[in-house]
Design a protein around this ligand. Structure first.
Ligand code: RIB
Ligand code: CA
Length: 318
């Protein structure tokens, strides 16, 4: 089997954590390293959680290198109400086996891209694209050596999840998304349009729990923690009783891994996009704009049942 070398840039985060389990239980992927970014929670916590997940997975040999603590041009705003103050829903995890290998994610990405054949290393981006934007701005020729940048982000024909217009990863750092889009690098997007359709329901989570084993149990706990946090948040915001429970946990970030493992499960459209960065009500929107000369390969369809089955299989691998 030819393995795909990847670096995972992430802000764990409950769905990031599930994505890390899937990636590291998939022999098709060679996870070269993990870089962290402020997103769901602050950088020190996302970095700690990356180390905790690698310790859980028995892969503390994989380097964790931290990156940006703040977006390009805005203050960091987190999603702690969804992911919990510890960013991981209070789920018990081991502590990192070691301190992060470094604090220069951009330099690490640059070095790994330069020592590998051009077009061989994929960057899987699961949070705001701040680190990737810095890489492109500071080392454009090296950034162009990436096989592709595959990012969970955006809401193209669907509504946002922070505002009506904006999905969190773009909303948190729209300028970073704009830099990546305008770079011309191979850019694949997994927007809410598809990730919402890969929905881990309580029943699915219960079946996962029944598999037994540390990873399936942690994954089921994370799904339950997400559902509990959503219900608590909606209750605090005065949602009508009938609307407080989420129907499931959308496997947003895992879709980036599932696409790498089984691209045939996703239909892709090459679309002209524009990222709204004007601090209007549409701030952080990913707009299909025929006048744009900047294109991304956007996942606009998914075979949900097959994608969920693949996720279940990988999350069940002890
Ligand atoms: O909108 C969902 C995305 O924002 C996911 O990556 C989640 O982890 C958060 O970062
Ligand atoms: Ca994420």
């Amino acid at each position: 089997m030819t393995q795909l070398p990847v670096i995972i840039d992430t802000d764990p985060g409950l769905d990031d954590a599930l994505a890390l389990i899937i990636a590291l239980r998939s022999p098709e992927l060679d996870v070269v390293g993990v870089t962290t970014v402020a997103g769901n929670i602050g950088l020190s916590t996302t970095t700690r959680n990356a180390g905790r997940m690698l310790a859980l997975l028995g892969r503390s040999d994989i380097k964790v290198v931290s990156g940006a603590a703040e977006p390009l041009r805005r203050p960091h705003l987190d999603a702690a109400e969804i992911h919990g103050g510890d960013g991981i829903g209070g789920v018990a995890l081991p502590e990192p086996a070691a301190a992060p290998a470094g604090t220069d994610a951009v330099g690490y990405l640059r070095d790994e891209l330069e020592k590998r054949p051009a077009g061989s290393l994929r960057i899987m981006a699961l949070g705001p694209l701040t680190n990737i934007a810095h890489l492109i701005l500071e080392h454009p020729e090296t950034a162009a050596r990436a096989e592709s940048i595959v990012a969970m982000g955006g809401a193209v024909r669907d509504r946002g999840n922070v505002t009506a217009a904006a999905e969190f990863n773009v909303w948190a750092d729209p300028e970073a998304y704009d830099v990546v889009l305008r770079s011309g690098l191979p850019f694949v997007l997994a927007p809410l349009d598809v990730t919402r359709k890969v929905l881990a329901t309580p029943d699915w989570s219960g079946r996962l729990d029944a598999v037994g084993g540390p990873l399936a149990e942690v994954a089921a706990q994370m799904i339950r923690a997400y559902l509990a946090n959503i219900e608590a948040m909606r209750t605090a915001k005065g949602f009508p009783e009938a609307e407080r429970k989420a129907t499931g946990f959308p496997l947003h970030d895992p879709c980036v891994m599932l696409h790498a493992l089984a691209p045939e499960l996703f239909s892709i459209e090459r679309l002209p996009l524009r990222i709204v960065c004007d601090r209007s009500d549409a701030d952080g929107a990913t707009v299909i704009d025929p006048a744009s000369t900047f294109f991304a390969d956007v996942m606009t369809g998914v075979k949900s049942d097959e994608a969920l089955a693949l996720a279940f299989d990988r999350l069940s691998r002890g």
